[in-house]
Design a protein around this ligand. Structure first.
Ligand code: AMP
Ligand code: MG
Length: 349
């Protein structure tokens, strides 16, 4: 199959292209589309055959459920059994936006979409191209991140092409994703609600609206052997080809440690990559240094993380050392993805 790429502009969203993309979904095909978090690989959420195609295109295990994307809040009520009061409050505060909530599903949602679960994950993206596309597609678009399973999520249409060209009908190109990390996931089917994946909507932001939340133990202590509640969290993710380790400690200690590790690795004939920041990138005389952006703007770090992991896959480095990030605001989400990419290999200095 030949994958059509359609470039759209936010200043004037081309209705003909949106209609064309919507028609593909309504006929059971697949379209990758931009959202404010990462690119999504969309299919009709209410059609089990479409969901099966999504799993096949990504090479994703079929017990790993998809997120259903909607464009109007009232559509939530059409696919779930009940909407708890706290979910209504979160919806008012953070939808449209980078927050996914889990509810008990009703019979309209096929098990193929929810990986056999009785619950469904729902999100209403704020991206305007995404919203127009979802409406044109019939209102319910199942979409995991638009990457081949195991690779970093995609934040540009070029990354989507790299992974999925020839496997899907169309890619809507809306430029670079603004947030760059997948949505926060919170399970509203339990009380108190549980955060299953950290994202741009933080624990503090939600707590200010609905009071205390719990955090899935598999996020806090990944080596504890606790089975994560979000099935997707148990799979190997984002792993670059090269061995990645995260170096944690004070800035000066981290710089010194990475320089020493780089020197030792090069002495063994290895090629070294370093994930740094604008503030520190000139402090590494050895290795291939890529910056994630300014540390003082954590949103920049988030926006570039997956891109930099992909960039390293284009090089011949054997090992990568990364600086760690602060645990404030979007920091936990950055560290969660980085640690998964590193298979939780952390060097404390
Ligand atoms: P992705 O869209 O690729 O970021 O993957 C969707 C994430 O949402 C995966 O980690 C899934 O495990 C999680 N997810 C989707 N539906 C559910 C659900 N009903 N219960 C728990 N986690 C879910
Ligand atoms: Mg994903």
């Amino acid at each position: 199959m030949e994958t059509q790429v359609r470039r759209l502009s936010y200043s004037q969203i081309d209705e003909t292209m949106i209609e064309e993309a919507g028609r593909i979904i309504r006929k059971g095909g697949l379209v990758a589309f931009p959202t404010e978090t990462v690119y999504g690989l969309g299919g009709d959420a209410l059609n089990p055959e479409s969901s099966k195609k999504i799993y096949a295109a990504k090479g994703r295990p079929s017990d790993n459920p998809l997120i259903v994307h909607i464009a109007d809040k009232r559509d939530l009520y059409r696919i779930v059994r009940e909407v708890p009061e706290k979910a209504k409050k979160l919806m008012e505060a953070f939808w449209p936006g980078p927050l996914t909530m889990i509810f008990y599903k009703n019979e309209l949602v096929p098990q193929a979409t929810t990986g056999g679960l009785d619950t469904v994950a729902v999100r209403m993206p704020s991206d305007r191209i995404a919203a127009a596309f979802i409406r044109a597609a019939g209102g319910f678009v199942a979409a995991p991140s638009a990457n081949v399973s195991g690779r970093p999520s995609t934040t540009t249409a070029a990354h989507v092409e790299e992974d999925l060209s020839g496997r899907i009908e169309m890619i809507l190109d809306g430029g670079q994703a603004v947030i760059g990390l997948e949505s926060t996931i919170v399970d509203m089917s339990v009380e108190p609600p549980v955060i299953l994946r950290p994202g741009a909507v933080t624990e503090e932001m939600m707590e200010a609206v609905i009071g205390p939340l719990e955090v899935d133990k598999a996020i806090i202590a990944p080596d504890s052997g606790v089975k994560p509640k979000a099935p997707g969290m148990k799979y190997r993710h984002y792993a670059p080809r090269a061995d990645l380790a995260v170096v944690e400690g004070s800035t000066e200690a981290v710089i010194a440690a990475i320089n020493q590790l780089a020197e030792e690795a090069e002495a063994e004939g290895k090629r070294v990559g370093i994930i740094a920041t604008d503030e520190t990138k000139d402090r590494y005389p050895k290795g291939l240094v890529l910056s994630l952006g300014a540390r003082k703007h954590e949103e920049e770090i988030a926006q570039h993380l997956f891109e930099v992991l992909r960039d390293f896959d284009e090089t011949d480095v054997d090992c990568i050392y990364s600086e760690a990030f602060d645990e404030a605001s979007i920091g936990p989400a950055i560290m969660n993805r980085l640690l998964k990419a590193a298979g939780h290999k952390v060097i404390q200095v």
